[in-house]
Ligand binder design. Structure first.
Ligand SMILES: *Cc1c(COP(=O)(O)O)cnc(C)c1O
Length: 412
């Protein structure tokens, strides 16, 4: 966690995957969520920190994770009841709790650098705000995040600095990566990233698959549809399955950025420049976490294909789905959830006895496009309304590494 990425530029992965017991599954419904989270995380973290610290961290991600029935065979697992209304709150808070524990005995400051296309920035800002010994620098593309997303990462102040970069997400990510790999900076300060490649952000994401399953209250194992961009969420679901959670299969639901669906079709993995879509948090042309999925299947592509189907959904179909589901059921999807809903509904049509859960990864109010598509106002949750009164504070910068480096050195 402290290092972010190993020196060989690969990703950290557990040396073994723990297996849950039959009893654990049977008892799920009776137990409190922090207890379940603690038991799931203990094999990975236990021994490295006292149990009571780990339990407190598990309590800090005790948001609601309701399973909401949309049709008789499709339910939404809502992951947006955390402080910044997106599933990224789970990983960001878990990681910040761990970092807080390990940073307290270090003399050196820890500098967390993160690039965001929207939701990561807010989740990391909220998760790491006021954590002692930690400075957070967030790079976001000017004019390319929604109003609420921008307020979430620019209004906290304190140890959180927001850099408004005159470029796109790829520029922000390239700047962040360069800083993380800069030997001169590394000598001066302890640097780490809070993007989803960080193992402490990724591992806890498996927990809510158990919460979704638990709320089904028995019956046949479900299909899970996961709106996917960098593929951390799907990889976490596959880890839960590898640990013994009964899941029939997964659908990787992508937008026009279809590197993985193309790979599943042709066997050829060719990264592309990302294209902008309605589901902008999934606009990724070279998904970082896909390699973790290959690892879970020991690079056996046929085995992977038996468990995961990948589909690409166009913006036109996403908008039509948002409208259609609202008209028929009154449920307001967000564009990312709409991609997953569509992929799941199409799949269930081919399998009349299956039932499915799709992940609702963010609250629809975060995306300005939803009101435009539905032609209606969406009620704004109270914690978002408060943001509108707070002043935005950001530092504008060009895509220039030396400027970034000067700024970071001034933070140390
Ligand atoms: C980050 C994000 C995703 C994509 O998740 P990955 O783990 O990167 O595949 C999907 N939906 C929303 C709302 C997000 O913020």
């Amino acid at each position: 966690m402290l290092k972010g990425q190993p020196d060989d530029r690969g990703l950290y992965f557990p040396s073994s995957v723990p297996y849950i017991t039959e009893l654990f599954l049977q008892d799920l419904h009776e137990r409190h969520h922090p207890e379940i989270a603690f038991d799931l995380m203990w094999p990975y973290v236990g021994g490295d920190m006292p149990d009571d610290v780990l339990y407190k961290i598990c309590e800090s991600i005790n948001f609601d994770f309701p399973l909401v029935a949309i049709t008789d065979r499709i339910s939404a697992l809502e992951l947006f009841h955390g402080p910044t209304l997106a599933f990224k709150d789970v990983g960001a808070r878990f990681m910040s709790g761990c970092l807080q524990h390990f940073a307290k005995d270090r003399l050196e400051k820890t500098l967390v650098i993160v690039a965001t296309s929207g939701d990561t920035g807010g989740a990391v800002a909220a998760g790491f705000h006021n954590v002692n010994g930690v400075e957070v620098v967030i790079l976001y593309p000017k004019g390319k995040v929604s109003r609420i997303q921008e307020l979430q990462l620019t209004t906290l102040g304190g140890n959180v600095t927001a850099l408004e970069v005159d470029g796109n997400f790829d520029d922000c990510q390239a700047l962040a990566k360069k800083a993380l790999a800069d030997p001169e900076l590394q000598k001066r300060v302890h640097l780490t990233s809070a993007n989803s490649i960080n193992i402490a952000r990724w591992l806890p994401q498996q927990i809510y698959y158990f919460f979704g399953y638990e709320q089904l209250n028995g019956g046949d194992s479900p299909v899970f549809a996961v709106p996917s961009g960098n593929f951390g969420n799907l990889a976490a679901g596959l880890l839960a399955q590898a640990s013994g959670l009964p899941i029939k299969k997964f659908i990787a639901a992508c937008n026009a950025n279809d590197v993985v669906p193309e790979f599943m079709r042709t066997g050829d993995y060719s990264p592309k420049a990302s294209v902008a879509t309605l589901s902008n948090a999934m606009d990724v042309g070279d998904p970082s976490n896909f390699v973790r999925i290959l690892e879970i299947f020991a690079y056996d592509i046929n085995l992977l294909k038996k468990t995961v189907e990948a589909v690409s959904v166009s913006d036109e179909t996403t908008a039509a789905t948002l409208r259609d589901v609202y008209d028929k059921t009154g449920y307001v999807l967000d564009p990312h959830g709409a991609v997953a809903y569509r992929a799941l509904a199409d799949d269930l049509e081919k399998h009349p006895l299956h039932r499915g859960i799709f992940l609702e990864t963010a609250h629809p109010v975060k995306f300005d496009s939803v009101e435009t598509i539905l032609g209606e106002k969406i009620a704004v949750p109270a914690n978002v309304r408060e943001l509108f009164d707070k002043p935005k504070e950001s530092i504008e910068m060009d895509v220039n590494y030396n400027d970034l480096k000067d700024l970071l050195l001034a933070k140390i």
